[in-house]
Design a binder for this molecule. Structure first.
Ligand code: NAG
Ligand code: NAG
Ligand code: NAG
Length: 527
């Protein structure tokens, strides 16, 4: 009899669960959306204020501005009703941290990540619509450095949480931790150690990144992979000082020639990277990965052509992998800067004393930035042409690659949210060739799965001149965060209710550990 009741309970939960899923197909409205009405002008003014702070982390003269952006954000979060907002000094950079406890017992914990520092920008780079830190609105766009990456999405997180707290009298559906950093654009050098020392602040069931982008204006994306990164500088030295190219040419080795030769030795003709051990940690692309990438391949190739302005897409291991496969699943090695000798007007017949290059690489799967850096440095030492001295050193830009299961619970909830926001339009399952250092690190060190909920779009010139953000993305972003946090809370309740009958009372679900989520996923699939 007991067994029968148990099965009935299980069946009811199972049916209810699937009805709930089915019901969620229609876009849902939340009372918070009403709270947003008539606030667009206010929110816009806030974003403009935030964008006027030149929080460039790469430049020491802007350190005080990075600090100012942290203070600004902290005050705005306090204004939103978020308690105990703190600024921690992590290395030289501020980190804004806060947490909210859910009204529901045993609710899941989300860690919302974003950054308020920005890339360097100057008018000379080609900013001809406005100055980088004088935001300007033209039609539906707002031009300023940091508008798309990442202040726009970041501010909407605060607006969403403000609405939830206001509408529900402070009762949040989930536990929320906020981790907003000020050193993302320089590769978050000081953060990993700090996080390891402050594990409690990080512990959560799911990481939600407010840094990233959507597929297009009308289609959301579920990002299930990012490449990692690393960077090295090469210094080549020849004679002790610049020499007359007539007096010494043909006798003394030219460091620029050494450098070019050295760089050339790093690649085979077929585009494969020739550095010994570089590919360690990579593996063949799986059938599932191929299938998922094929879904977006055509559109993505067109988009890459359009955005890059080149007549033909080449590069990398051109003959062996499709374009999308190269972007998503293969590592790269790029010379990102090269200099030496005389480059001013006219000609100076000099045999230079030095030549330099900066290299960056993108990494995938199990590649580890520190190890790849080491391999590149070894290669420089082993292949230095006779007559030159070659030095190479780590530029400290490290990012672990990130991968998630496209079907994990967090991505399922994300899909439900994106269906809401994009009027039932199915999101695209995509990866990005770019890197967010902290996401791979948190996943690896803390075993916290990550999802991306950010509303920048691929054409918004992030890191380049005339960066912009679509004003309409602000509304999407704040509604999405409201929707996501409620969906997540509910989904946990469903998973938990469906699970309950199987448990002995003493073994309660500990929602604050990252394993609980995986257990729940497995239980669901067993149903
Ligand atoms: C800004 O520069 C770009 C690239 O050089 C050019 O295509 C565009 O027409 C310029 N816009 C204005 C408003 O000058
Ligand atoms: C390499 O060159 C740069 C630029 O001149 C210099 O600042 C740096 O100290 C050099 N490093 C090594 C290891 O030679
Ligand atoms: C490219 O050429 C090198 C050297 O001939 C070879 O070892 C490597 O396997 C080739 N790469 C691919 C992807 O075929």
């Amino acid at each position: 009899m007991k067994r029968f009741t148990f099965l009935c309970v299980l069946l009811v939960h199972y049916i209810a669960f699937h009805i709930a899923i089915a019901q969620k197909r229609a876009p849902r409205n939340f009372p918070e959306y009403g709270f947003f009405l008539n606030k667009q002008q206010l929110y816009l003014q806030e974003l403009l204020e935030f964008l006027r702070i030149p929080s460039v982390s790469a430049s020491s003269e802007h350190l005080k501005d990075v600090q100012a952006a942290a203070e600004w954000l902290k005050n705005r979060m306090l204004g939103a009703g978020i308690p105990n907002v703190q600024i921690f000094q992590v290395g030289q950079y501020p980190l804004v941290y806060a947490s909210i406890t859910a009204a529901v017992p045993q609710a899941p914990t989300v860690l919302i990540y974003g950054h308020f520092d920005v890339q360097p920008a100057s008018v000379e780079d080609g900013w001809n619509i406005t100055k980088p830190f004088k935001p300007r609105m033209i039609q539906d766009k707002i031009y300023a450095r940091g508008a798309s990456d990442d202040k726009g999405s970041l501010l909407s997180v605060v607006h969403a949480v403000e609405a939830i707290l206001a509408v529900s009298q402070g009762r949040s559906p989930v536990n929320i931790k906020f981790l907003f950093e000020g050193q993302e654009e320089i590769g978050s050098p000081d953060l990993p150690n700090w996080l390891l020392k402050n594990r409690k602040l990080v512990q959560s069931d799911l990481l939600v990144s407010a840094d990233g982008s959507m597929y297009s204006e009308n289609t959301g994306s579920i990002v299930w992979g990012l490449r990692g990164a690393g960077a090295v500088q090469v210094n080549v030295t020849g004679p002790s000082h610049d020499l007359h190219s007539g007096g010494f040419g043909g006798v003394v080795q030219n460091p620029i020639h050494c450098l070019v030769h050295l760089l050339e030795s790093m690649r085979y003709e077929n585009g494969s990277i020739a550095i010994e051990g570089f590919y360690q940690g990579t593996r063949p692309i799986t059938q599932k990965e191929k299938d998922l990438s094929r879904q977006s391949a055509k559109e993505l190739e067109t988009e890459l052509s359009r955005l890059s302005g080149v007549s033909q897409l080449v590069g990398g291991e051109s003959n062996h992998f499709d374009i999308v496969e190269r972007l998503w699943f293969r590592p790269t090695l790029d010379v990102v800067g090269i200099w030496g000798g005389y480059t001013d007007q006219g000609i100076k017949t000099v045999l230079p004393a030095n030549a330099y290059a900066k290299l960056s690489f993108r990494l995938v799967q199990e590649q580890i930035p520190e190890q790849v850096v080491e391999k590149v440095i070894q290669h420089v030492h082993l292949h230095c042409p006779v007559g030159c001295t070659c030095e190479a050193f780590d530029l400290g830009f490290h990012a672990l690659p990130f991968e998630s299961d496209p079907d994990m619970l967090g991505n399922q909830v994300l899909r439900e949210t994106l269906l809401d926001i994009y009027q039932g339009e199915e999101p695209k399952y995509v990866r990005s060739g770019a890197s967010i250092p902290l996401i791979g690190f948190i996943q690896k060190e803390f075993q916290i799965p990550a999802v991306f909920l950010a509303f920048g779009l691929p054409d918004e010139n992030i890191h380049g001149p005339n960066e912009f953000y679509r004003i309409g993305s602000m509304d999407k972003a704040r509604r999405a965060y409201v929707s996501f946090l409620y969906h997540l809370g509910e989904r946990y309740q469903w998973e938990r209710n469906a699970k309950k009958p199987e448990e002995t009372p003493s073994v309660s679900v500990t929602a604050t550990t990252s394993t609980s989520m995986k257990e729940m996923e497995m239980d669901h699939s067993e149903l």
